[in-house]
Design a protein. Structure first.
Length: 238
């Protein structure tokens, strides 16, 4: 499955199936205030999605809703700054990322980070790439950044910043696919923090490798602190 992201803002985007043109999932983030405001998405189901978002309880934090192809809310993420403080996946409520990821086995290396999920998949994060591995370390998912869609495949654009991002996933069990999408949203946010990869850096000269290593090493403290917010005493020693 190849999904196109219609926006560089992962918290307000649609994931469109390149084979069918159908909006598979989309995300929308509400901002705290007198009335919950949401960003618009150019999808046919957005009017119905707005009605679904009105069902969300008011809270004092930004909240990202993940909506399915029918425009129904299937997950929510409450943000405390850049950290996910509460995650709701269908009827399950998780207190932060530590219940979704296996924090005890996170590996932070100078040039890459390995972040296992509770489903025994692992996200491999680097400054240049984001891949999903199975329990045999085989690649079953990959993010293609800043690409054009040529002959059914994402191809790097000749002019930086003019393309779209594409997420390719091998066939996954239907009961796991949605949770993988939720972890993708969280990992993408984390990757931006770890390696300063944002929508504004396309086309800029990459920083020297030594600087990347230093930046990633320093970012380990941010990753560790993020997990410590709701982590058990045993895991909190990360």
């Amino acid at each position: 499955m190849l999904l196109k992201l219609t926006s560089t803002d992962i918290r307000d985007t649609a994931l469109v199936d390149c084979a069918t043109g159908e909006t598979f999932f989309h995300t929308s983030t509400s901002i705290p205030g007198p009335s919950r405001s949401t960003s618009s998405l150019s999808s046919r189901s957005w009017t119905r999605s707005n009605r679904s978002l009105e069902k969300l309880p008011a809270c004092g934090r930004p909240t990202t809703a993940v909506l399915d192809r029918d425009g129904e809310i299937a997950a929510e993420i409450e943000w405390d700054g850049n950290n996910a403080s509460v995650i709701r996946i269908e009827d399950e409520v998780l207190q932060g990322t530590t219940e979704l990821f296996d924090a005890a086995f996170v590996r932070v290396l100078p040039d890459e980070t390995f972040l296992p999920t509770r489903m025994e998949y692992t996200w491999r994060i680097t400054p240049e790439s984001l891949t999903l591995l199975d329990d045999d370390d085989a690649v079953i998912g990959r993010l293609y950044s800043d690409c054009a869609f040529v002959k059914g495949r994402p191809v790097p654009t000749l002019q930086p910043g003019k393309g779209r991002d594409y997420l390719e996933l091998e066939k996954l069990p239907s009961d796991e696919l949605f949770e993988v999408i939720v972890t993708f949203l969280l990992v993408t946010t984390l990757r931006e923090r770890l390696y300063s990869v944002t929508k504004y850096v396309y086309g800029r000269r990459r920083r020297p490798l030594d600087s990347i290593r230093l930046h990633a090493a320093r970012s380990y403290a941010n990753l560790r602190d993020s997990f410590r917010r709701t982590v058990t005493p045993a895991i909190s020693q990360l």
